[in-house]
Design a protein around this ligand. Structure first.
Ligand SMILES: C[S@@+](CC[C@H](N)C(=O)[O-])C[C@H]1O[C@@H](n2cnc3c(N)ncnc32)[C@H](O)[C@@H]1O
Length: 278
């Protein structure tokens, strides 16, 4: 168990998919355009939503190596990918999928990324990607990842890193206080050391050129409306709980805020996507 439930990840998957920055996604597609196949490593894969969102932009032959520390989420990933594919069959301990004319071999690995080797190029990775992960990691870990990738000239595509922006409509007088406390919580240790939180995207943009990489960033905000009522409610409760851990004295005010904002008409949550290649 990682604290990220399959239900929460399912709630955010359609919004995540629609929020990805199209210019950055186009750069990734173009970069691999001339290839007929490639190997992708997905860090903190959860139930596999990054594969489902990214695979249509990549060449027809794909080998995906999905890594997560949560066994239950990996089991859910196996099921979600089987349901998503046009055809799916077990292949060794993984899956062989067919989807829209693409052949996608999937390998699952349960591993703690804080201690596992980050030399994914040694296993033949042509691309390392991660969705909604880099805001959880520390600067030291991201530096280690960049150095390992640069050693073998492997490109990196990180999507949907929270950037610290939360805008609620209608506004509440304590939105700013909740966001400030939530953002402090985001910088707490999520297992990798002090988390980058909202600094993840800018940190990656600073680290990449130091390793001779060209890097592009683009915004990928969630723009939630009444169609995303369940996600808005879950978000309000989650933000209030995190904010309350930082400022216990204001827990009651934050809980009242969550009750009111659970039915907000519109919410924008800022994210950033980054693509970096040698
Ligand atoms: C916010 S979720 C994102 C999941 C998925 N990428 C998505 O976009 O739906 C973060 C994921 O990172 C995984 N994770 C967090 N810390 C980890 C660690 N130290 N080692 C491996 N996986 C980890 C969690 O289990 C979870 O699946």
């Amino acid at each position: 168990m990682s604290g990220f439930s399959a239900e929460w990840l399912a709630l955010r998957e359609p919004v995540d998919g629609a929020s990805r920055n199209p210019e950055i996604a186009a750069r990734v597609r173009q970069y691999f355009n001339s290839r007929s196949s490639l190997t992708v490593v997905d860090l903190g894969c959860g139930t596999g939503s990054n594969l489902r969102a990214l695979s249509p932009s990549l060449p027809p032959g794909q080998r995906w190596h999905l890594i997560d520390g949560d066994r239950d989420l990996l089991l859910a990933a196996r099921q979600c990918l089987t349901d998503w594919a046009d055809r799916a069959r077990p292949s060794g301990s993984g899956l062989a999928l067919e989807k829209d004319g693409r052949r996608i071999e999937v390998r699952f690995e349960c591993a703690n990324l804080t201690v596992r080797s980050l030399d994914f190029g040694a296993d033949g990775a042509d691309l390392v990607t991660a969705a909604a992960l880099f805001d959880l990691v520390s600067r030291a870990w991201l530096k280690r990842l960049m150095a390992a990738l640069a050693g073998r000239r492997v490109p990196l595509y990180g999507v949907l890193s929270y950037d610290g922006v939360a805008d609620w409509q209608p506004a509440s007088p304590i939105d700013t206080a909740v966001t400030a406390a939530f953002n402090r919580h985001q910088r707490g240790d999520k297992g990798f050391g002090p988390a980058l939180g909202p600094a993840a995207g800018p940190t990656l943009m600073r680290l990449a050129p130091r390793h001779g990489y060209a890097a592009w960033a683009g915004d990928s905000p969630w723009r939630l409306t009444h169609e995303n009522a369940s996600l808005i409610a879950a978000l309000a409760n989650g933000m209030a709980a995190a904010a309350g851990e930082i400022e216990p004295a204001r827990q009651a005010a934050f809980t009242a805020w969550a009750e009111a904002q659970a039915t907000a008409e519109a919410v924008t949550i800022g994210h950033q996507d980054v693509f970096a290649h040698p």
